[in-house]
Design a protein around this ligand. Structure first.
Ligand code: NAD
Length: 296
């Protein structure tokens, strides 16, 4: 079994590191927050006093951090300490430029590197059912796959360095826009006197069908597991949806791609979050589109 260093033991990283321990790997870990280090230690992670100490002797290094600046900074600290030929994986959701900069840091010191952002949320992190979207060389992906399989159930090689992040933000731009479009249709149906169930029954088997409708329906009732049945909690927070949409817009501006629907979705989630609902599941945007002020 491999010796793995895990940096960033938060909502996602904590359970992911715990799954690597369960799979029999020797995992050393570090987070800036003492309480998270204690929790990881209870799950069997050998907690150390800094990121650089965690990677000493490690075959594989995994980072799960908030944003691109954290990833680049941690990779700069740990890459020179890691042994040549080790594999470094970043599973955070970050901008494509930072992901490419991180790959370059790894390349310069002879490390294999993969950007491997995830979908599946904290539930998927706990259950080891995440989807990993990977960018990197064939050799780096081949080395990463057996490790990622202990934390997820679908591992996709999307292309060279940065391709995993590109796939993640393109997917989530579709998700943000389709959720808003689906929610708008339910609000219009309400005004027209059409029941939620009737719209669902028609659209879910017609050309209006999408994951936002059939797996994550923004009104309570038609899909028992959607957060709408639990007052839009818990789920994929609107704050994280806005983060991903802003990353998509940053990438679109840099690449010269026209993404007017993505831009509109980002603006709508910015307004929704500013109304105090950033912690709600992103499907709660339907309440904002109704114009209803929620106090709960
Ligand atoms: P989180 O804030 O709970 O965890 C990030 C952790 O990184 C924090 O505990 C923080 O203390 C730690 N950290 C920051 N800088 C550090 C440093 N220099 N050294 C060590 N630790 C450091 O966030 P999360 O929910 O676990 O998300 C992590 C990443 O995964 C984000 O990029 C997020 O966008 C992405 N993501 C999250 C979800 C989700 O549902 N939470 C889903 C998919 C993707």
């Amino acid at each position: 079994m491999a010796k793995i260093a895990f940096i960033g033991l938060g909502n996602m990283g904590g359970p992911m590191a715990a799954n690597l321990v369960k799979a029999g790997h020797a995992v050393s870990g570090y987070d800036l927050v003492p309480a998270l280090r204690e929790e990881a230690a209870k799950a069997g992670v050998a907690v150390v006093s800094g990121a650089a100490s965690a990677v000493e002797g490690a075959d594989v290094i995994v980072t799960m951090l908030p944003a691109g600046k954290h990833v680049v900074s941690v990779w700069r600290d740990v890459a020179p300490v890691a042994h040549k030929g080790a594999l470094i994986i970043d599973s955070s959701t970050i901008d494509v430029d930072s992901a490419r900069a991180a790959h370059e840091i790894a390349r310069q010191v002879g490390l294999l590197s993969v950007d491997a952002p995830v979908s599946g949320g904290t539930g998927g992190a706990k259950a080891a059912t995440l989807t990993f979207m990977c960018g990197g060389t064939d050799a780096a992906f081949a080395a990463a796959r057996p490790v990622l399989e202990k934390m997820g159930k679908k591992i996709v090689h999307c292309g060279d360095g940065g391709a995993g992040q590109a796939a993640k933000i393109c997917n989530n731009m579709i998700l943000g826009a389709t959720m808003i479009a689906t929610a708008e249709a339910f609000v219009l149906a309400e005004k027209l006197g059409l029941s939620h169930q009737a719209l669902f029954d028609v659209a879910s088997t017609s050309s209006g069908q999408s994951w936002s409708l059939t797996s994550y329906c923004p009104v309570p009732g038609p899909v028992a597991t959607s957060p709408a049945n639990n007052d839009y909690r818990p789920g994929f927070a609107a704050a994280l949806m806005l983060k991903d949409l802003l990353l998509s817009q940053q990438a679109a501006a840099a690449a010269g791609a026209a993404t007017p629907m993505g831009a509109a979705a980002a603006q709508i989630y910015a307004l929704f979050n500013a109304s105090g609902r950033a912690g709600d599941d992103f499907s709660g945007v339907i309440n904002f589109l109704r114009g209803a002020a929620r106090t709960g």
